[in-house]
Ligand binder design. Structure first.
Ligand SMILES: NC(=O)c1ccc[n+]([C@@H]2O[C@H](COP(=O)([O-])OP(=O)(O)OC[C@H]3O[C@@H](n4cnc5c(N)ncnc54)[C@H](OP(=O)(O)O)[C@@H]3O)[C@@H](O)[C@H]2O)c1
Length: 291
């Protein structure tokens, strides 16, 4: 992979789960990434972003920054909408003024989960939570703006190094509890952040624009993901499947949000590896667990 010589600003790249993986992969691809935190550049303060862009003149602007606390968003809709719905089109406008590509991430939670086959880019969003609606509004704002160098990548169920995530939390809990209960009636596509990052680079190299779905291949439930992670780690813990009704959450989640990756494969010629292989790398190599 090569993005040689490209200067790429990564909003959320200093501390974010995906942003940090992306920063590393961009470096490996020969680019010069600028990982940014809220202190460097606050996306709720457009002037601070403009000034940063004027000073550093990047060739691409990538936005991984977002309001990502799905349940808390139900109590903080204003914050969620400011970050997820209002900010992205403003960022795209700044990229448009400089005629540089703008990459933005969205989520499987824009769908209501009533389908039983993978969601394609042509399926209509119909979110059921504040977080999902705010992210769908962000996408709509970008599409309405119509800047032709915009790439929107919908991803799902992230896990990976650098920051806590579902898998890491489960493995922490498995140390303290002989049994864990995890829901088995929500199906999705787990995504390993280094794989999402590498496949983002592939889309950048193809100069892809519009909406793309990206995840690891295959599908499972939260229980399936947790159970395999615990088994791989060798921890002595039984992961018991339970229905969502046994584990009420503030935000309603889609019961089925598996993403169809065929558009990505048609564009790049690459089929993302299966989530089980990526999970193995995360648990055994990144976390150094298992025998
Ligand atoms: N996590 C998932 O399972 C998942 C699933 C589907 C889609 N996504 C999407 O994928 C993208 C990346 O998610 P993630 O889990 O990597 O996010 P994350 O770890 O929660 O990181 C989000 C980053 O946003 C930054 N941020 C928040 N407010 C900001 C502001 N006002 N100005 C500038 N930066 C700000 C934070 O930077 P600081 O730390 O510097 O404050 C934080 O590092 C998001 O668009 C998310 O919606 C995530």
């Amino acid at each position: 992979m090569s993005l040689s010589g490209q200067r790429i600003a990564v909003l959320g790249g200093k501390n974010g789960l995906l942003g940090q993986a992306l920063t590393r992969v961009l470096e490996r691809a020969g680019a010069t990434p600028f990982p940014l935190s809220r202190e460097d550049c606050d996306i709720l303060d457009p002037m601070s972003v403009e000034q940063w862009l004027d000073r550093h003149d990047p060739d691409t602007l990538i936005n991984t920054a977002a309001y990502t606390q799905v349940d808390l968003a139900e109590d903080e809709p204003d914050k969620a909408f400011a970050l997820n719905a209002t900010a992205p089109p403003l960022l795209a406008t700044m990229a448009a003024r400089r005629s540089i590509p703008f990459v933005h991430y969205s989520t499987d939670f824009v769908f209501n989960g009533q389908k039983t086959t993978p969601y394609s880019e042509y399926d209509e969003p119909n979110a059921m939570s504040v977080y999902g609606v705010s992210k769908a509004d962000g996408e709509r704002g970008l599409l309405k703006l119509g800047y032709d160098k915009t790439l929107i990548i919908r991803i799902s169920w992230l896990f990976g190094p650098d920051r806590t995530n579902f898998v890491k939390k489960i493995l922490g809990l498995a140390d303290a509890h002989p049994t864990l209960t995890v829901v088995n009636d929500q199906m999705g596509s787990p995504s390993y952040t280094p794989d999402i990052a590498e496949n983002t680079v592939r889309l950048l190299e193809k100069k892809a624009t519009g909406i793309y779905h990206l995840a690891n291949s295959g599908e499972t439930s939260w229980h399936g993901l947790a159970n395999m992670a615990v088994n791989l780690s060798g921890k002595n813990c039984f992961v018991k499947p339970v229905p969502s009704s046994a584990y009420p959450t503030k935000a309603v989640r889609p019961p089925y949000s598996v993403l169809d990756l065929s558009k990505f494969t048609r564009t790049t010629g690459v089929t993302p590896r299966r989530w089980e292989d990526a999970l193995k790398q995360y648990v055994l190599e990144d976390l150094g667990l298992g025998s």
